[in-house]
Design a protein around this ligand. Structure first.
Ligand code: GLA
Length: 388
């Protein structure tokens, strides 16, 4: 990121070079294991990326909020005059949703100029939306001395996404983006919000993200459908014991599902959530023991469960994963994020990573007619102010 050039763009857009804007950055995230468990009170293991959203922001005297982004040609101006309603201009909903949360909490805002730039691909399951929300939240928190904690900002951003944007996500993305720590992943219990930063030491291996480049399309509606299927499973399990969420069951209880959940689809959904929680706990343990091979096996099992039991993968993700597994040096590979499209995350030996990318790219193009993108991310810190 060339911050000088970014600041130049800010001055070209808004003028007044004598008043310097302030720079904030918020990462995207990739989830290593623990998928579709967050809204079921379960475990996740995501990490923040060195890709994300940059925001230059400056106070102005008028009572106006001015939004602009380097990514698309879509500027907007709104008057600060009570709560906002969802606009048809999609990307502005993310900052506006967060701004609403500040207003609702009684923070008195004044006019601002915003310039965003994101280098995490949109709609690819790497949390570009949580990244825009959190960068806005940390900036407003500092500009208006609101003194919210990181956890407050995470919850406000999730609320913006749920209530303003209308995507009923769990807490994983905003949490990872807010609490990320360089070279660590976050082992988070989404029920208690207790978490631990676990060092990611992959020795002679690295993370590779592969983007299917399939647009998300129906993801949101399918996501909500999965959420209600899990609610249904919890309701049926009340006859077994009074559980609040699926994560209160352990792997040893998977065999009782047949007795209480007769619908095979609902039963499979519950099985995924329960088995996935077990995999996350084991994955964190083996990682601490430096057993990357077992970690990779658990990643593979996670994908299989997301394909067969949770049914959120699809041809593109499956092609990347199952073709990827045939290649030398692949320790583990799975879909990451909500699914249906978006990205896979793989652990690959460094010596084999070039070959992995070139071969997988060819096979994927041949099978799907689409060209994948590859990213070799570093694990970065959570959202905050950075030097301009
Ligand atoms: C999306 C949601 C998260 C989580 C994942 C699936 O990324 O935003 O809250 O549910 O899907 O693990």
């Amino acid at each position: 990121m060339d911050t000088i050039n970014f600041a130049e763009k800010f001055y070209e857009k808004y003028g007044n070079r004598s008043d310097k804007p302030v720079l904030f950055f918020s990462p995207g995230r990739v989830n290593l294991i623990g998928e579709h468990t967050d809204y079921n009170g379960g475990f996740v293991f995501p990490c923040a990326l060195n890709y994300g959203t940059y925001l230059l922001i400056r106070k102005i005297k008028t009572n106006t909020l001015k939004f602009s982004t380097i990514n698309f040609n879509e500027d907007s101006e709104v008057k600060l005059n009570g709560l906002f309603i969802n606009t048809s201009r999609k990307w502005i909903n993310y900052p506006l949703g967060v701004i609403n949360e500040f207003i609702k909490k009684g923070i008195k805002l004044s006019g601002l100029e915003f310039l965003y730039y994101g280098d995490v691909p949109n709609g690819a399951g790497l949390s570009s939306s949580a990244s825009i929300e959190m960068v806005t939240a940390v900036a407003l928190n500092e500009f208006f001395n609101a003194a919210f904690t990181t956890l407050d900002l995470v919850k406000m951003s999730q609320k913006a996404e749920n209530e303003f944007v209308g995507m009923n996500c769990g807490i994983m993305d905003q949490f990872a983006v807010g609490f990320g720590k360089k070279d660590h992943a976050i082992f988070l219990n989404c029920d208690t919000l207790f978490f631990e930063n676990v060092p990611i030491i992959l020795t002679d291996c690295s993370l590779i993200i592969t983007n299917t480049n399939k647009r998300r399309g129906l993801t949101d509606s399918k996501y909500n459908e999965r959420r209600s299927e899990c609610d249904k499973a919890v309701e049926l399990l009340q006859k077994y014991k009074p559980v609040r969420n699926l994560s209160e069951l352990t792997a040893g209880e998977i065999n009782i599902l047949e007795k209480y959940i007769h619908d095979p689809v609902i039963r499979k959904r519950a099985k995924h959530v329960i088995s996935e929680n077990g995999r996350v706990v084991e994955a964190v343990k083996v990682l601490k023991d430096n057993n990357i091979i077992r970690f990779g096996e658990l990643m593979n099992q996670s994908h299989d469960s997301l394909k067969d039991d949770y049914e959120v993968t699809g041809m593109e993700l499956d092609t990347l994963v199952y073709e990827g597994r045939k290649l030398p040096g692949v320790i583990g590979t799975r879909m990451t994020g909500a699914g249906f499209g978006g990205c896979t995350i793989s652990i690959v030996r460094n010596d084999d990573s070039e070959k992995f990318m070139t071969t997988l790219s060819k096979v994927y193009q041949k099978k799907t007619g689409m060209v994948p993108d590859f990213y070799q991310p570093e694990i970065g810190n959570g959202a905050g102010r950075i030097e301009l």
